[in-house]
Design a protein around this ligand. Structure first.
Ligand code: TTP
Ligand code: MG
Length: 615
């Protein structure tokens, strides 16, 4: 059974006081709503009791005596109380819903904010589908707790107590007749709860599986189509879907049995009531009005009991959800929150003029000192790496696939912390820098360009409004995005999620523009391995040259032209830095680089390597 399976399956207790206290903290900002809602609930419950008492008074003191004038007055009071009850119920319904939605909003924000602060390792371990479930399903379950659970459970209990006291007040013998059926009710409820809990848990697992399945197979729809797997995958989905349906029906079945059984028990107790009540009336121990009121009470008496058993499910689900949410909220934070910080103020980008020199920036000297790194120890993907890049130097990083090039780059950004060694930027350990300002001075154009739905300008500045339209436009033109997009080029042009409207080359240029827009001190590029047409190739070449000028830059290079122009080439092989030098120097050595060059970079082989890269 997968970890995912287990996690979604966990359905623990229906009540955990520590967790409940923590949940209730979310209600704190909405104290006035809680007070209004609770008062309305009390008031509403009071009216219910009052109405029943009124019926008893009307029957005994007016109908039986034949006082019709007084009866009109009672009817008037009845109407007034009913209207008040309507008002109270409206108020209670509205305020609880508002309270629920407000807390829901707060929790969702908190969960999302927390997710944003998680480090790369966390996302490596937790599938996106599951995290989406945290933000949507789990938070929604809590909504049920807040909007229909907490306060109503209290309300149900109050009503039960009130009804029981009133029944005892009217006639204790009759009350005993009613309570005699309670054991049956309790047993039925327990059986029902057990059955439903099992089905409910199974259903949750199935739904989580359906979510994950849909997520995976829609994200990978191209592969599904490519291999014509639609039919088989549809069948697999059908199995899951059918399972969910069966489980749902099973749940419905239990409900369909449970409710009528409760009704039946109620009917039996009513019958007993009429017999015993009739005898009591004949004996002069009970009035007709009191018996009527009693019958009304008994009817209402079973309702909160039934509701409570339903609320049990809500409570249980929300305890499980809140446990998962709290687990996420309590997860260890990105080192950003933990490290001592030396703040590098951002360059004066907000002053709009691109010519302004940054207030404080990095010179761009980068040094790796015996850096070793493993995603999972002891599988080291970088072994004892040492080199130094001078400010403004353009460095190409080459190596076969899996050599550790992307990993090396990600260390600079502290996406991961390495196990040993030191990385220095401007002679200072990168762990001493404030992580956010560090990242704001180093740009990355990654191997896979992530596109967000929105227009071109949004995709370049990524919502950073301190980058002006002029800067965005300048960056776009500087990398030749205007030429690549031709007549379509416009900062307002809409770009679809996953970049369906852009070609690979255009996406690359866009990512360059993104990197350039905030005028970084150090630039890193992870060239895409896929090939583009010669015109775009030339655009990319020119763009690369322009954006690397005057900055320390690291380019994971797959293009011979990029490599040849670099000041220095670092050759990686199986996690080790094997060779360092210029193109000519390295060819002369006749080592790893020469082999790589022969296999991949030599002009006549480009076509072939490009094709293999795509596959
Ligand atoms: P990379 O650093 O991704 O290798 P690369 O960038 O040189 O390869 P390519 O040219 O194909 O882009 O991977 C080095 C090793 O690290 C590899 O064995 C896979 C492993 N790895 C992880 O375990 N987790 C990760 O998140 C990444 C990126 C790599
Ligand atoms: Mg890579």
């Amino acid at each position: 059974m997968s970890e995912f399976h287990l996690q979604e399956e966990a359905l623990g207790k229906a009540y955990d006081s520590k967790q409940m206290r923590r949940l209730l903290k979310y209600l704190r900002p909405y104290k006035s709503l809680v007070v209004i809602s609770a008062s309305a609930l009390f008031f509403g419950s009071g009216t219910q009791i009052a109405l029943i008492a009124l019926v008893q008074i009307a029957l005994d003191d007016y109908v039986m005596v034949g006082d019709l004038g007084g009866l009109t007055m009672i009817a008037g009071i009845y109407l007034a109380i009913t209207i008040a009850r309507f008002g109270a119920e409206y108020l209670q319904f509205y305020t609880t819903a508002k309270m629920g939605q407000e807390t829901l909003h707060d929790i969702r924000m908190e969960v999302f904010a927390k997710l944003q602060r998680m480090d790369s390792k966390y996302f490596d371990k937790n599938p996106v589908g599951r995290l989406v479930t945290r933000v949507t399903n789990d938070v929604n379950t809590l909504n049920e707790l807040f909007s229909s659970g907490v306060i109503n459970v209290i309300g149900d209990i109050i009503m039960l107590v009130a009804f029981v006291s009133m029944m005892l007040y009217y006639d204790w013998l009759l009350s005993l007749a009613v309570f005699a059926v309670l054991p049956f009710l309790v047993v039925t409820t327990l059986i029902f709860r057990n059955k439903v809990r099992t089905v409910f848990r199974d259903l949750r697992v199935t739904i989580a599986q359906i979510n994950a399945f849909v997520n995976e197979h829609l994200s990978g729809i191209a592969v599904v189509k490519l291999f014509a797997r639609e039919k088989a995958i549809k069948e697999k989905f059908d199995t899951l879907n059918r399972r969910a349906m069966d489980q749902n029906l099973k749940q419905v079945f239990y409900y369909a049995v449970f409710f009528p059984v409760v009704e039946l028990i109620g009917a039996v107790s009513l019958a007993a009531l009429i017999v015993v009540g009739g005898m009591q009336i004949t004996a002069g121990l009970l009035t007709f009005g009191e018996l009527t009121a009693f019958i009304l009470l008994v009817e209402r008496f079973f309702r909160p009991i039934r509701d409570l058993s339903e609320k049990y499910n809500i409570m249980q689900a929300s305890m499980a959800s809140s446990e998962r949410i709290f687990q996420l909220l309590d997860a260890k934070l990105d080192r950003a929150g933990l490290t001592p910080t030396v703040t590098i103020p951002r360059s004066a980008a907000s002053s709009a003029s691109p010519s302004t020199t940054p207030a404080l920036s990095l010179k761009g000297e980068v040094e790796f000192k015996n850096v070793s790194f493993a995603y999972n120890e002891p599988e080291y993907v970088l072994k004892n790496i040492s080199f130094k890049a001078n400010p403004g130097e353009n460095i190409a990083i080459v190596g076969a696939t899996g050599a550790g090039k992307t990993s090396l780059i990600s260390l600079l950004f502290r996406f991961y912390d390495f196990q040993s060694g030191q990385i220095l930027i401007d002679n200072r350990d990168i762990r001493e820098y404030d992580i956010f300002s560090l990242r704001s001075r180093i740009a990355l154009a990654p191997q896979d360009v992530q596109i967000f739905s929105g227009n071109l300008a949004y995709n370049i500045r990524l919502g950073d409004n301190s980058i002006s339209d002029e800067q965005v436009l300048a960056a776009a033109k500087d990398v030749g995005l205007d030429q690549a997009l031709g007549d379509d080029f416009d900062l307002g042009m809409e770009i679809q999620e996953r970049g369906a409207t852009l070609s690979t080359g255009q996406k690359q240029l866009l990512s360059f523009a993104r990197a350039l827009a905030f005028d970084p001190d150090i630039l890193t590029l992870d060239e895409a391995t896929s090939s583009v047409d010669t015109a775009t190739e030339r655009l990319i070449q020119n763009a690369l040259e322009r954006i690397m000028k005057g900055r320390t830059s690291f380019v994971v290079a797959h293009r011979l032209s990029t490599i040849e122009k670099a000041d220095r080439i670092l050759v990686f092989h199986q996690g080790e830095l094997r060779e360092t030098g210029t193109h000519e120097e390295l060819l002369a050595i006749g080592g790893v680089y020469q082999k790589l060059y022969r296999l991949q970079y030599q002009p006549r082989n480009i076509e072939r390597s490009a094709r293999s890269a795509v596959v």
